[in-house]
Design a binder for this molecule. Structure first.
Ligand code: ADP
Ligand code: MG
Length: 708
C-alpha cells in the first residue's frame, strides 16, 4: 500500500520533459510561459473555455443578442489594410452557405497569413460585432490544424487552454490538447484519490481521476459539470482544511500570556483621560479582547471597523491592559505618516500618565534608534509605535505581550509572521482593518482568525455626502471650497499616484498643485502637498501644517489614504476618481466626516465614463456602507485584485473556484471540514489518513504563522 502511494506520487512529480511529445525544449517553454514543470502541474492546468463542437451557428443566423458564436466555413480572401504599424490589420473574408463576415486581426497576422489557406475549412469562434449592417469579428479564435495534429480529442466538447504568444508558436492549442491526452493516458490509473471515501460517497462526488479526465476531455456537458464541481470542492476543501486545522492545533498547543487583571493604567485612563464616551461597539470589542487575553489562550483576532469608527482608541486601551500586567506592546502602521500620527495622538491621550511610549520608523536617527533598542530590552518602554522598522532583527523586547497591526491589509503575510516571532511565546495579536473583508475572503485568507466588528460610529457623526462631478463643474467646485474654507474647514484634494508611464491622460499631482495654488492664491490660502516621492521630513512638515490647521488645502496622492485623522477637514475632492478602486475611494472618503460638521466627498471624473466606472462611482454616491462597497468591489474586480490583498497576495492559488460565484460551495465545504475536525481533531482515524498525509506534506504544523 505504502509502496503504491509512493509510485503514484512519483509519477505525478515526473518532470514534464519526459512526457511523450514534450522533450527538453518544449518543457522549458511550458515552464517559462505557464509554470508547468511536472505531470501534476500539467494535469491541473485546466481549460479556460470549451468549444462545444455540437453547436454551430450559420452566418445568416447571427444576431446582436448572441454574444459568442462558433462558425464553420472557409476563408475566401485575405488583405492587409492600414499603413502605419499601429493601424495595420489583416482582414479575412469568411463565408458559409448562408453569408459572409469579416475577420479582423491587428496582431499576429504575419503568422496567420502563412498558416491560413484559402478555400480550406475552418472553425472560427468569437464575438460578432455589427457595423453598418456588416458583421465582423475582431481577433476571433481560429482553429488552425497544425502539422502534429491528430484527432486527440475524444469528445465533441474540447478544451481551450490559456497560452501566451510565445508558447503558441511552438505549442498551439491542438498540440496542447494532444499532450494532455498523452498525459492522461500515462497517469490516469495512478492518480490517487485525495478525499476520504466516506466524503466522496456522502456528497456524491466524482472520483478524482474521473474528474480530471472530464475536465480536460468532457464526455458531455453533464460530466463536465460534475468534474468542475468535484475539482472546486477539492480546492476549497483543502484550503479550509489547512486553515481550520492550523487554528485548532494552535489553540491547543500555544499557551498565551494571561493578562490577569485590569489595573491602574487602564482605570486611570478610563476615569481621567478618556475624552469621550466609548461607543457600545468599542466597549464590546474591548470586552472580547479582554476575554481572549485572560483565558490562557493566545489571541489572534481581526478587528474590522469602518473608517472613523475609533479603532485606535481600542488599540490603546488594549495596550494599557497589557501594561497593567507587565507586558510590552507594539503598534505597527503601514506608513510613516500614520505611525507618527498614532504616536502623537496616543501621547496626547496618555498625558500625565506613567506609560512610556516610543516611535520607531525608517527615518529614526541612528542614535535614537540605539537608545530605543536598549530601552526595549531593559523594559523601559511600554508601548512601541512604528512602521516596518519594528520588524527588524535588532528590535528585541523583554516581554512582548501584545502586537497590534493597523490597516493590516497593507502588510504581507510574511511580515506578520516576523512580528509573531519576536517573543518566545507568541504574543497576542490584534490586526485592525478598515477595509471590510468580504465574508468569503475572511473565511479563506483570514480563516483562522477570530473576528470582532465595530459596527457603530461615534455619536454625532453626520454621514458624508458624496457628489459626482465632471470637469465642467470645476468653477462650482472652487466656489464651494472657498465657502467651506471661509467657514473654517479644511480640504483634501487627492490625485491618482504619479506614474511616469501614464502621465498623458490624467492630471497628475504636480499640475494639480499648481492650478490649485493659482485658484487659491497665498497668502489668503495656504496649500500643502504630500506624495510618496517626498522625503519623510518634507512630508512631516506638510502634514504638520495641515494637522495643526495652518494649511487650508492638502493636495496629495493616495498616500493619505490610510488612517490620517484631521477631524476639522470636511471636504475630500478626488480627482480622476474613475482611476481608483472602490475600496480605495471609500478609504479616502473616510478621511472626512470625522468631526461634527457636515462633510462632503466630491468625485471628479471624466465626463465620458465607461459603463463599469460609472457604475462604481454611482455606487459611491449611493452608499456609505463599507461592507456593501467591499462586496461589490470583489464582485467587479475579483478577490485577487481586491485592494490590499493584491499587495499581500492570496496565500493560495485558485485554479477553478471563484470566491464570488462559489461562495455557497465554500460555506458548505467549510462546514464539512469543521465537522471532520470536530469528530477527529488530530485526524487520527484510518478514514482520514489521506487528509493527515496531505497536511504532513504541506508541513503545516511547522509553519503556523504562514496564514495567521
Ligand atoms: P479608525 O477606526 O478609522 O482608525 P480613528 O481611531 O482614527 O478611526 O478614530 C477616528 C476619530 O474618532 C478620532 O478623532 C477619534 O479620536 C474619534 N473617536 C474615537 N472613538 C470615539 C468615541 N467613542 N466618541 C467620539 N469620538 C471618537
Ligand atoms: Mg485607523
Amino acid at each position: 500500500m505504502i509502496f503504491c502511494m509512493n509510485t503514484e506520487k512519483e509519477i505525478l512529480n515526473t518532470d514534464i520533459k519526459f512526457l511523450q511529445g514534450v522533450g527538453p525544449k518544449k518543457a522549458e517553454l511550458l515552464f517559462s510561459e505557464l509554470k508547468i514543470s511536472t505531470f501534476n502541474d500539467m494535469l491541473y492546468y485546466f481549460p479556460f473555455r470549451y468549444i462545444d463542437r455540437t453547436i454551430f451557428y450559420k452566418v445568416g443566423d447571427i444576431s446582436p443578442d448572441i454574444p459568442y458564436v462558433q462558425l464553420y466555413g472557409e476563408i475566401v480572401s485575405m488583405r492587409t489594410e492600414g499603413k502605419n504599424s499601429r493601424a495595420k490589420r489583416l482582414v479575412c473574408r469568411f463565408v458559409d452557405s448562408t453569408g459572409s463576415i469579416e475577420l479582423v486581426f491587428f496582431q499576429g497576422y504575419k503568422w496567420l497569413m502563412e498558416k491560413i489557406k484559402p478555400r480550406e475549412k475552418y472553425v472560427v469562434f468569437g464575438k460578432p460585432s455589427f457595423f453598418n449592417s456588416e458583421i465582423n469579428m475582431v481577433h476571433p479564435e481560429i482553429d488552425i490544424p497544425d502539422s502534429e495534429n491528430t484527432n486527440a480529442s475524444m469528445s465533441n466538447i474540447s478544451g481551450v487552454y490559456n497560452s501566451t504568444e510565445k508558447l503558441r508558436n511552438y505549442i498551439g492549442n491542438k498540440l496542447f490538447v494532444k499532450l494532455m491526452f498523452n498525459l492522461l493516458n500515462t497517469v490516469m490509473h495512478k492518480i490517487p484519490e485525495t478525499l476520504p471515501s466516506y466524503i466522496v460517497n456522502k456528497y456524491r462526488l466524482l472520483g478524482l481521476p474521473e474528474a480530471l479526465q472530464n475536465i480536460h476531455f468532457p464526455r458531455n456537458l453533464a460530466a463536465l459539470e460534475s468534474a468542475r464541481n468535484r475539482l472546486k470542492f477539492d480546492e476549497l476543501f483543502f484550503i479550509q482544511l489547512r486553515v481550520l486545522y492550523q487554528r485548532s492545533e494552535r489553540k491547543q498547543t500555544c499557551r498565551g500570556f494571561v493578562f490577569k487583571s485590569v489595573g491602574k493604567h487602564f482605570n486611570h485612563f478610563f476615569e481621567n483621560n478618556l475624552p469621550f464616551q466609548l461607543t457600545g461597539a468599542q466597549k464590546r470589542v474591548i470586552r472580547e479582547i479582554r476575554n481572549d487575553t485572560g483565558c490562557g489562550k493566545q489571541m489572534n483576532r481581526l478587528l474590522q471597523g469602518d473608517v472613523g469608527s475609533g479603532k485606535t482608541l481600542v488599540a490603546l486601551m488594549v495596550m494599557l491592559i497589557a501594561a497593567d500586567n507587565g507586558f510590552q506592546s507594539c503598534l505597527m502602521a503601514p506608513t510613516e505618516i500614520l505611525a507618527t500620527q498614532h504616536f502623537e495622538s496616543i501621547q496626547n491621550l496618555l498625558a500625565g500618565m506613567d506609560i512610556k511610549t516610543a516611535l520607531l520608523t525608517g527615518s529614526t536617527k541612528k542614535k535614537e534608534r540605539t537608545a530605543i533598542h536598549k530601552a526595549l530590552i531593559e523594559g523601559n518602554i511600554n508601548i512601541l509605535i512604528g512602521t516596518h522598522a519594528l520588524i527588524e532583527d535588532e528590535v528585541q523586547f523583554v516581554r512582548l505581550g501584545m502586537v497590534i497591526i493597523d490597516e493590516q491589509h497593507r502588510f504581507g503575510v510574511e511580515q506578520r509572521a516576523k512580528l509573531w516571532k519576536k517573543s518566545e511565546n507568541p504574543p497576542h495579536i490584534l490586526v485592525m482593518t478598515a477595509t471590510p473583508i468580504p465574508r468569503t475572503l475572511a473565511m479563506t485568507v483570514y480563516g483562522d482568525l477570530d473576528t470582532s466588528i465595530i459596527d457603530e460610529l461615534p455619536a454625532g457623526r453626520k454621514s458624508v455626502k458624496t457628489i459626482l462631478f465632471n470637469d465642467s463643474k470645476r468653477l462650482v467646485l472652487f466656489g464651494f471650497l472657498r465657502e467651506q474654507i471661509a467657514a473654517g474647514r479644511q480640504v483634501y484634494i487627492v490625485y491618482p499616484l504619479i506614474k511616469e508611464s501614464e502621465k498623458m491622460d490624467f492630471k497628475d499631482l504636480e499640475d494639480g498643485y499648481e492650478s490649485i495654488v493659482r485658484a487659491f492664491p497665498p497668502p489668503e490660502y495656504v496649500t500643502v502637498a504630500v506624495h510618496g516621492k517626498m522625503k519623510p521630513a518634507e512630508k512631516d512638515i506638510s502634514m504638520k501644517l495641515f494637522v495643526e490647521g495652518k494649511a487650508h488645502i492638502m493636495v496629495a496622492t493616495s498616500v493619505i489614504e490610510v488612517g490620517v485623522n484631521v477631524p476639522n477637514a470636511s471636504v475630500m475632492v478626488i480627482e480622476s476618481a474613475e482611476r481608483f478602486g472602490l475600496s480605495q475611494l471609500h478609504q479616502l472618503r473616510g478621511r472626512v466626516g470625522r468631526g461634527a460638521s457636515q462633510s462632503y466627498c466630491i468625485l471628479m471624473a471624466d465626463y465620458k465614463l465607461n459603463k463599469e466606472s460609472k457604475k462604481r462611482l454611482e455606487l459611491m454616491v449611493e452608499t456609505n456602507d463599507g461592507f456593501k462597497i467591499a462586496e461589490e468591489d470583489m464582485k467587479m474586480r475579483g478577490p485577487g485584485d481586491l485592494e490590499g490583498t493584491m499587495q499581500s497576495g492570496l496565500p493560495f492559488e485558485l485554479r477553478i473556484s471563484d470566491l464570488n460565484r462559489d461562495s455557497k460551495l465554500l460555506e458548505a465545504v467549510r462546514k464539512i471540514v469543521e465537522n471532520i475536525l470536530e469528530n477527529d481533531p488530530h485526524l487520527e482515524t484510518e478514514d482520514n489518513k489521506v487528509l493527515k498525509d496531505f497536511l504532513n506534506r504541506q508541513n503545516i504544523q511547522k509553519d503556523f504563522s504562514k496564514i495567521s
